[in-house]
Ligand binder design. Structure first.
Ligand code: SAM
Length: 283
């Protein structure tokens, strides 16, 4: 068991249980030092005895020690060799399988045994977006995702249409997930302290995802119109479509194209993309 009261830090290193470990800022190493918050994260993740859990970036093991008590099997992916070695000796002969790897390079299918997985992590903030997109690409594998991320990113992914935070990440995630911001976490419960607040969010797969005729096109459409966020849809759509497709869209669709992209609901994005696909197929 780790005793985090025995945790000191200076600029370049941390001492945990009398072990000196170099901190790597590039790996987003802001360690949670409050066991109550770790317990709270594990509690809301609602882990049961039969569950398979994946933890990303176990680091000093503050979440790991609570997770292994709750689940059937825990897979923890840690990129840092030093923390990997530390955790190996700490959690010998438990239900933990440690993997020394960059989660962004891991082939998820290799660790999936057919039972849906719950993800729980205090994420290194610099990999939040690529990891969320990777989870999205592998969405059939996961039954819930509980993450500590930057507070402002939490607001962005939860933002409804009409909100200034609503954008590419919000729409792509909300299309497939119900997302809840559970609670905010202040900087002083980490070592070293981050400059910004954090928040714990949960993502649950939606059962009622609308039919999407061309997934790549929907993604490209969202990217294109949000690359010109301040422009009216009719301006950015003109750049996105061939001349005849654009004219046909304006003739046939009842949508108001003088609106800006943040005004469109997720359902409207899907309808717009499906209409474009139908026009392209008919062209
Ligand atoms: N779970 C610990 C906690 O709550 O204190 C550590 C969290 S710390 C914010 C992020 C952890 O992720 C570090 O241990 C870091 O080494 C690890 N990490 C960073 N990038 C990673 C990556 N691409 N793949 C796997 N682990 C990574």
């Amino acid at each position: 068991m780790i005793y985090l009261s025995n945790f000191h830090s200076c600029e370049t290193s941390v001492v945990i249980n009398n072990r000196l470990i170099l901190k790597k800022k590039s790996l987003g190493q802001n360690f949670l030092i409050d066991d109550n918050i770790a317990r709270k994260i594990v509690r809301i993740a609602d882990i049961n005895q039969g569950d398979i859990v994946w933890e990303i970036g176990p680091g000093s093991g503050v979440l790991t020690k609570f997770l292994i008590e709750k689940c059937r099997k825990l897979y923890a992916f840690e990129i840092d060799n030093e923390w990997f070695g530390y955790l190996q000796s700490l959690f010998e002969q438990t239900n933990l399988t440690l993997i020394n790897a960059d989660i962004l390079q891991v082939d998820f299918a290799k660790y999936f045994d057919g039972k849906k997985v719950k993800i729980v992590a205090n994420l290194p903030y610099q990999i939040t977006s690529p990891l969320l997109f990777k989870i999205l690409d592998n969405r059939d594998l996961f039954s819930s995702i509980t993450l500590m991320i930057q507070d402002e990113v939490a607001d962005r992914i939860c933002a409804p249409s009409g909100n200034k935070e609503y954008g590419k990440l919000s729409i792509k995630l909300q299309l497939y997930y119900t997302i809840k911001k559970k609670f905010s976490v202040p900087p002083h419960v980490f070592r070293p302290q981050p400059k910004v607040r954090s928040a714990v969010v949960q993502l649950f797969p939606k059962q009622d995802v609308p039919e999407i005729l061309n997934h790549k096109q929907l993604w490209d459409l969202i990217d294109e119109v949000f690359n010109h966020r301040r422009k009216m849809l009719r301006v950015s759509l003109k750049l996105f479509l061939a001349k005849n497709e654009y004219e046909q869209l304006l003739d046939t669709s009842a949508m108001d194209f003088t609106r800006r992209p943040e005004a469109l609901s997720i359902q409207e994005f899907v309808e717009l993309s499906n209409t474009i696909e139908t026009i392209k197929k008919g062209a």
